[in-house]
Design a binder for this molecule. Structure first.
Ligand code: NFS
Ligand code: SF4
Length: 639
C-alpha cells in the first residue's frame, strides 16, 4: 500500500514515510501482514463458546453446516454479534460508572482536584431524578445524584431513568417489544448467559436482547457518563482550538494524553498549567508545557478547555513517531498494545494509569481520584524531566494544523439557533419543515486501516452538507473532519448547499457540529428527542428526516452505538459490515426486517459517497412521509 492510499491526511502521510524509513511497524503494516484475514471470522461463522469446539461453518456449504452442539450459522453469527454489543456497552458503562464514582468522592470532599463545575446542570439532573434541591447544600445533592445513578447499573427491574427522555411513543414501543432496559449491568450479564453454550438458539431473540443491552448503553451508561462529566468538568460551550500533529511544539515539553476518561485528562490540564512545573520546564530548556490529546479523551478536553488535538485513532503511533512527544499517558480503550514498541524507538515515556489497563513495557503510575492532582503533577513532572532526553535529529513535527470550532451540546447548539435569549428547537424544526434544511445526520466512530484513513468520514460529511443535511459528529470522526477544515464556520461557504449555508451564516456555526466523544453520542439521542418534542416532525424518532453512519468503525463500542441508534429508530449505515454475512437470516433481519419492529434498518456500504446517498434517500423518504415542503433551493428536474 502506498502512503497516499493509507491516509488522506498530509501529516499522517509524512510520518508514515518516516516510519517506513526507520523500520517502525504501524497498524497499516500489521494489517497488510495479516492478509488474507480469516474468512470464517469475517463472516461470523466461527465459534469458541465451548470446548466441544472450536467450530466453524463452511460458507460454501460443502463442509459442516453445524457446530458439534448443532449450532447453525444463524445462531453462531447472532451470538457473536451480541457479545460484541455487550463488550461495547460494558466499556461505555464502566466509564460512566467511574465518572459517577468521581462525583460521589467530590461530593464527599474526598478528592483533590475535582469540584462541581456546572451547578445548574446538577440541579436540573436532581429534579429529573426526583431528588429534592430546595435549600439543600449542593454537595448533598451531588451525593444523592451519584448514588441514584449508581443504582441504575445494578438495578434488577423497572426502567432506566433517562429512557424517559425518549419520545413517549418510542418508550411504549420498547415496552411492547420487551427491549426497555432494566438495569445497565443486568442486560450485559444476560447477553453472556444467553450466548453461552446451549441457551438462546433463536437468532431473532438473541438480536432483540442485543438491542436491549445497547439501549442500556445509549440511554444509560453513556448518557450517565456525559451528564455527570458536564456536572463535574463543565458543560461545553462553543470554543476555538487547533487540530493535527502540527500542534506539537519543537521548543516545549509535549505531553499527549490518550484514552477516554475525562477524570484523568481534565486534571492533567490543570497540572500542565501549574506555575512551578512550567518554571521547571524552563529550567530544563523548554519554553513551556504543551498538552495535546488523541482519541476521545482529547475530545473531552477539547470540548471543555480548547486543548488541541494531535490526532485520531490511527495517528497514535504516528504521534510518537514525531520524536517530539516527551510523555504519552494512557488510561483505557482504543490504546494499541503496539505503542510500547514504538515508544522504544524514541525517548518517549509511555505511562499507563488505570489498574484496568496495564502495558508490560510502560511505566505504571496508578491514578486515584482521591489524589488526582498530586498524581497528575507527578506525571507532568516526569514529562518535563524527560524533555532533555529528546533527540533533536529524530524530531519530525509536520506543519499541518487546522483551526476548528467545537463544544456543541444538545443544550447549546439550539440555544444558538434560537438566538441569544431563546433556548428552543423551533428554528431548527422550522428550517427542516420549510425545506431550507433537508435533515440531519450523525457521523461517528473510529478509523480502520481497511478504509483510507479519514477519507470515509470527510467525503461522507462533504456530500451530506452539499445536500443541505446538517451534520453532527463525535469521536474520531469529528477529529477527521476537523483536520479537513470542516469544523470551521467558513467551510459552510465552501462546501454546504445554499439552505444550510444560510443557516450557518445567520447563526455563525460550522455545517459540521462537533458534539464530543463517543459517550457523547448520547447528546445526539437527547437532541433527537428534543426535536420530536418541539413538534411538527412526527411523534417518534423514527419519523424524523435523520440518519446515522460509522464509515470507518472498528471497535465493539461502535457496534453497541450502532445498535442503540437503530433501536431508537435511526437508519444507520456502516462502512464495514458486521461480521454476520455468513448468516442469511441475521443479515436479512438487520438490513430489511428490523424496520418493521423498531422502525429502522442497518445498511453496509464502504463507499462514503454512495453511503451518503443512502442516507439522503432515507431522509427524503421521511420528508415525504411527513408531507414536508419541497427543498427550497432544489431545481425540479426538467421533464
Ligand atoms: Ni469511539 Fe473513542 Fe476513536 Fe472509535 Fe476509539 S477513540 S470511544 S471507539 S477509535 S471513535
Ligand atoms: Fe461448537 Fe456449539 Fe461449542 Fe460453539 S457452542 S464451540 S458451535 S459446540
Amino acid at each position: 500500500m502506498k502512503k497516499e492510499e493509507k491516509s488522506i491526511d498530509k501529516a499522517s502521510q509524512e510520518l508514515l514515510k518516516i516510519a517506513e524509513k526507520e523500520g517502525i511497524d504501524t497498524a497499516w503494516d500489521r494489517y497488510e501482514a495479516m492478509l488474507p484475514q480469516c474468512g470464517f471470522g469475517e463472516l461470523g461463522l466461527c465459534c469458541r463458546n465451548c470446548i466441544l469446539g472450536p467450530c466453524r461453518i463452511d460458507p460454501f456449504e460443502e463442509g459442516p453446516q453445524k457446530g458439534v452442539c448443532g449450532a447453525t450459522a444463524e445462531i453462531i453469527a447472532a451470538r457473536n454479534l451480541i457479545r460484541m454489543i455487550a463488550a461495547g456497552a460494558a466499556a461505555h458503562s464502566d466509564h460512566g460508572r467511574d465518572v459517577a464514582h468521581t462525583l460521589l468522592l467530590a461530593a464527599q470532599g474526598k478528592t483533590k482536584g475535582y469540584g462541581i463545575k456546572d451547578e445548574e446542570k446538577l440541579l436540573s439532573l436532581a429534579n429529573e431524578l426526583g431528588i429534592k434541591t430546595d435549600g439543600r447544600d449542593k454537595k448533598e445533592i451531588a451525593k444523592e445524584v451519584a448514588e441514584k445513578v449508581f443504582s441504575e447499573f445494578g438495578q434488577q427491574h423497572g426502567e432506566l431513568q433517562f429512557s424517559r427522555r425518549a419520545p413517549e411513543k418510542r418508550q411504549a414501543l420498547w415496552r411492547k417489544l420487551g427491549i426497555m432496559p432494566r438495569g445497565i449491568d443486568r442486560e450485559i450479564v444476560e447477553v453472556m448467559h444467553r450466548t453461552t453454550m446451549g441457551v438462546d438458539n433463536d437468532c431473532e431473540n438473541l438480536i432483540t436482547h442485543g438491542m436491549r443491552t445497547a439501549l442500556g448503553d445509549g440511554w444509560g451508561g453513556s448518557m450517565i457518563a456525559t451528564e455527570l462529566s458536564d456536572v463535574l468538568f463543565g458543560t461545553p460551550r462553543p470554543i476555538r482550538a487547533k487540530v493535527n500533529l502540527g500542534v506539537l511544539k519543537e521548543d516545549e515539553v509535549n505531553i499527549v494524553v490518550h484514552g477516554h476518561e475525562p477524570t484523568l485528562s481534565d486534571v492533567i490540564v490543570a497540572a500542565s498549567q501549574d506555575k512551578e512545573l512550567i518554571e521547571l520546564a524552563k529550567k530544563n530548556g523548554a519554553k513551556g508545557i504543551n498538552l495535546a490529546g488523541i482519541c476521545c479523551t482529547a475530545n473531552e478536553i477539547l470540548m471543555r478547555h480548547g486543548i488541541p488535538i494531535a490526532g485520531n485513532f490511527l495517528q497514535q503511533e504516528l504521534a510518537i513517531t514525531t520524536g517530539a512527544v516527551d510523555l504519552m499517558l494512557v488510561d483505557v480503550q482504543c490504546i494499541m498494545p503496539a505503542l510500547s514498541s514504538v515508544a522504544k524507538c524514541f525517548h518517549t515515556k509511555l505511562v499507563s494509569t488505570s489498574p484496568k489497563a496495564k502495558f508490560p513495557q510502560a511505566e505504571h503510575v496508578e491514578f486515584k481520584e482521591e489524589e488526582a492532582l498530586p498524581i497528575a503533577k507527578k506525571i507532568v513532572r516526569m514529562a518535563v524531566e524527560n524533555f532533555k532526553n529528546r533527540v533533536k535529529e529524530k524530531v519530525n513535527i509536520p506543519k499541518e494544523k487546522m483551526d476548528l470550532v467545537a463544544g456543541f451540546t444538545a443544550e447549546s447548539v439550539f440555544k444558538f439557533l434560537g438566538g441569544k435569549y431563546r433556548a428552543t428547537y423551533r428554528p431548527l424544526n422550522d428550517a427542516i419543515i420549510s425545506g431550507r434544511l433537508r435533515g440531519a445526520a450523525g457521523i461517528v466512530g473510529c478509523n480502520n486501516p481497511k478504509i483510507k484513513h479519514d477519507w470515509g468520514h470527510v467525503e461522507m460529511a462533504k456530500e451530506l452538507i452539499k445536500n443541505d443535511v446538517l451534520v453532527v459528529v463525535t469521536g474520531c470522526s469529528a477529529i477527521a473532519d476537523a483536520k479537513a477544515g470542516l469544523l470551521k464556520p467558513e467551510s459552510a461557504l465552501k462546501y454546504a448547499g445554499k439552505g444550510l449555508q444560510e443557516i450557518c451564516e445567520t447563526v455563525g456555526v460550522p455545517p459540521v457540529l462537533h458534539v464530543g466523544s463517543c459517550v457523547d453520542n448520547s447528546r445526539i439521542l437527547i437532541t433527537l428527542s428534543n426535536v420530536v418534542a418541539e413538534g411538527g416532525l412526527g411523534d417518534d424518532i423514527s419519523e424524523l428526516p435523520v440518519a446515522g453512519a460509522a464509515p470507518e468503525w472498528m471497535s465493539e463500542k461502535a457496534v453497541s452505538i450502532a445498535f442503540y441508534f437503530v433501536a431508537s429508530g435511526v437508519f444507520t449505515v456502516l462502512g464495514s459490515p458486521f461480521p454476520i454475512l455468513g448468516s442469511k437470516e441475521v443479515t436479512d433481519l438487520l438490513t430489511k426486517r428490523l424496520e418493521g419492529t423498531v422502525g429502522a434498518n442497518f445498511a453496509f456500504e464502504s463507499d462514503p459517497i454512495k453511503a451518503a446517498h443512502l442516507m439522503i434517500d432515507h431522509i427524503n423518504k421521511k420528508r415525504e412521509a411527513l408531507k414536508l415542503k419541497p427543498m427550497m433551493y432544489e431545481k425540479v428536474a426538467a421533464v
